[in-house]
Structure formats: C-alpha cells, structure tokens
Design a protein around this ligand. Structure first.
Ligand code: AMO
Length: 421
C-alpha cells in the first residue's frame, strides 16, 4: 500500500518548528479530527518557507499525503506537498484554539465562532445536534408529526409576567413563550404532534439554568387514557436520546471527559406531597400548594440520587401551582415535572379538554376568557382528551454534556446582559 493523497481545508490551531520541520496542528471544522501537518524543508523548501511564516488561526488548504507509518501521537499525520493560505487573522486570536490555555466562559460566548475550533466546544454542539435528531427519530417512530407554530402571538400561555411585548402594526403582540396553546388547538385535527421550538421568556433572573431565549422539544398527544401515557413517551424519549448519544457520540463524550450512564428505568414517580416530606426532613419549610424552586429541586435531587434515582417524575402537583390549561383533580392536578439530578428538564400533564371546565379554569386563574377565544374555539368541535410536555432542549444537552452553566450549550445565549453577538 502506498501513501494516500489528501486535500485538507481548515484552520491552524498551533505551530511548532523544530530544525528543518514545521508541524501544524490543523482542524477541518467538520469533525473532531485533528491533523498534524508535517512540512519538511528538505522535501519542499518553498512550502516550508510559507509554513514557517504562517500565523495561528489562519484558514488554509493543504495538499499532501498520509504516510503509511504514522509517527505523530496527536492526530492524523499529513505530509504537505502544497500549502495555500486562504485567510490570515488580522487580530490576535481571543483564545487558544488548541485548548492548552483554558478560556473563560465569557470569552467563549463573546467569540463562540472561534471557540468552536476548540475540541470541547465542537463536541458540545455536535452532541446538541445529535440530541435534536435523536429526539426527532424517537418521536417520528412513535407517530408524532413535526409542526411549526407561530412565534409572534396575540396571547401567552405561561403567565403574563414573562412575556416579551412588541408592536405588531399598531397591535400588541408577544414573542411566543411556548407553543402550548397552538399544539393543543392542533389536537382538534392531528392526534400526535411535536415541535422543536424557541421559548421567549422575559424572566429577569440570572441563573445557570435559565435563558431568555431557550429551546424546547414540545409534544402533544390526543386520545389518551391517562397522564401515565404521556410520561411513558417522555421517559422513552429521554432513554432513547441518552442511548443514541452514547452510541454515536463516544468521541465527543471522551473529548468532554464525560462518562454517560443511561438514567435508571423505570423513572421513579415521586408524589408532590412526598417531595414536601423529603424537604421537611432536610430542614425546608414549604407550604402545601407552593411551587418548588431551584434550591428545593436541588435538595430533592441529592436525596433521590442517594436513593439511587437520577431521573424522576414529580406527580400530583397542587392545581394552584400549575397553569390554567392543566386538568384539575380536586385540589390536585394531572401535571408532572421531570427532574434529573435536581434540575427540572420537562413539565407537562393532561389538559382540560372540556370547554366549560376550561373556561372556568381560565377565570379561576384571574384571566379573561375573551383573551383566549381564538384558542377556546378549538375546544368546541370535538376536542379529545389530550396531554403533552415541554422538554428543555438546552437543559437536556446541559446534563448530557455535564455542563455547569446552560450558556455553555447555547451558541449565542440570550440572557439579561446578552443581546449581542
Ligand atoms: P415550562 O414552563 O415548565 O412548561 O417549560 C418546559 C421546560 O422548558 C425549559 N425551560 C427553560 N429552560 C431554560 N430557560 C428558561 N427560561 C426556560 N423556561 C422553560 C425547562 C422546562 O421544564 N407549556 C409547558 C409545557 C407543557 O405543559 O407542555 C411549559 O412551557 O426545562
């Protein structure tokens, strides 16, 4: 077998010159591969001259051969016979693309496009894409149809305080907080839908788990017998995504130093009241009916992990703590949350599909049914029992990549401070 010819286009991550040899560490941007390009003066003085003057960060095309005997321990060795510099940096790179010197998260976010030359960065966003396609794969194979609902809306579903308002030709409009109302309206004509969608939320807090523009995997299914069916789909979806990432992204996980284990199944179903008991035993004072905040969720997560559960549902929430569209069961509701090691990944439930009861729910929550007439109308024409969930895509990627901050897994995060880039 003779040496194989190659054409390689990419960026120079680092340069090392030893005697009459220049070593370039090159990445191609399309994979996690690293190439060690060897340019020998003795072989081609002119190409060597060009290589010895090259700047870190340059975009180049190399032509050369892959030798049969690979000496380099780091990356595939390529012996250059030609080298073309396509673009040289005109400023010093804001970070070390080889990753030898670690960069601060703020620097990474500010310069994400260059940061993507770091292997760990590429690994995160490759995993993010795999998570999205694995979710699609699972939902499609379970008969869900991908839909796309409007992101400019006339009403919100998740509470007025978190709506971003905008002027729509003189009318008040909002950026969509979630596809909630639309995915439910679709239950009047399609039995299973899903959407990968942005959520826009004007929440003023600055945490490691919230963004003002986040992404969700939204699911809605009709003709259900119980809320258990919905939880079954969510559990299956999570399990499939973890399994797929493990199967196809082992290099990416290695690059991140992540040893991914699939969540223990079946997921534990923890009653809201039981959760309060656990919290009480840990010294928290939560009144029955209150929603659980991040601190409480974390404490429960640690408790559950000690019991051997990483993923668990919290079920039988008080209806007072849930939105109007959730079905009421006396003081309780048909809603659930899915938490993973103390981080809420999803929430969902069975919806109120009966017109009169739904109108009543809207009133009880202090809202005006007239503001929701476009939505309520869909409940007049044979709306079946239905339910679904919203699964936070960013949070799912965060736990799979074991990132500490949600901003690590979003290319250009939108938070209170960040509108650019
Ligand atoms: P909820 O408001 O709980 O429910 O959102 C669903 C999931 O989306 C993620 N999420 C967020 N992630 C990051 N930053 C945010 N600001 C943010 N807000 C939400 C979380 C959360 O669990 N319509 C319902 C879902 C349903 O019932 O189908 C809803 O939006 O992971």
């Amino acid at each position: 077998m003779s040496a194989q010819s190659v054409k390689l286009s990419g960026w120079v991550n680092s340069i090392r010159a030893v005697g009459g040899i220049v070593f370039l560490e090159v990445i191609d941007g399309g994979s996690l591969d690293i190439y060690t390009v060897v340019v020998k003066k003795s072989r081609n003085p002119e190409v060597w001259q060009r290589a010895s003057k090259i700047k870190t960060g340059s975009a180049i095309t190399i032509r050369g051969t892959i030798p049969e005997v690979q000496v380099s321990k780091r990356g595939l060795e390529v012996h250059a016979t030609n080298l073309e510099v396509l673009a040289e940096p005109i400023d010093l790179l804001p970070l070390d693309p080889a990753g030898t010197t670690p960069a601060l998260l703020d620097t990474i976010i500010e310069h994400r496009y260059v940061a993507l030359r770091m292997a760990k960065q590429r690994a995160i966003f490759r995993i993010r894409a795999i998570v999205a396609s694995a979710a699609r794969e699972y939902l499609e194979s379970n008969g869900f149809l991908e839909v796309h609902t409007p992101k400019i809306c006339g009403a919100g579903a998740e509470g007025g305080a978190t709506l971003f308002q905008l002027d729509y030709f003189g009318r008040r409009a909002f950026l969509s907080q979630s596809p909630q109302l639309y995915k439910q309206m679709l239950m009047c004509g399609i039995s299973r839908v899903y959407e990968l969608t942005p959520y826009f939320r004007a929440e003023p807090h600055s945490t490691i788990r919230h963004l003002n523009e986040s992404w969700g995997i939204d699911v809605e299914m009709g003709f259900i017998d119980s809320v258990e069916e919905i939880m079954g789909i969510l559990e299956g979806l999570i399990a499939h995504v973890f399994a797929r990432v493990k199967e196809v992204a082992s290099r990416e996980l290695d690059a991140l130093g992540v040893k991914l284990s699939e969540p223990r199944r079946p997921f534990k179903h923890l009653d809201y009241s039981e959760a309060l008991e656990i919290l009480k035993s840990l010294g928290f004072e939560i009144d029955w009916g209150q929603d659980l905040g991040s601190t409480e969720e974390k404490a429960i997560g640690e408790f559950m992990l000690k019991e051997g559960y990483d993923a668990y549902f919290i079920v039988n929430y008080p209806w007072d703590a849930k939105p109007f569209y959730i079905m009421r069961k006396g003081k309780l509701s048909a809603a659930f949350d899915l938490d993973y090691k103390g981080l809420e990944l999803a929430s969902g439930g069975q919806r109120e599909h009966r017109y009169n009861e739904l109108v009543e729910n809207i009133r009880i929550k202090g809202l005006n049914p007239d503001d929701f007439s476009f939505y309520l109308k869909a409940f007049k024409y044979g709306m079946p029992p239905h339910g679904g969930f919203g699964l936070g895509l960013d949070r799912l990627v965060m736990v799979i990549t074991q990132s500490q901050n949600i901003r690590e897994v979003v290319l250009f995060p939108r938070d209170r401070q960040r509108l650019l880039p």
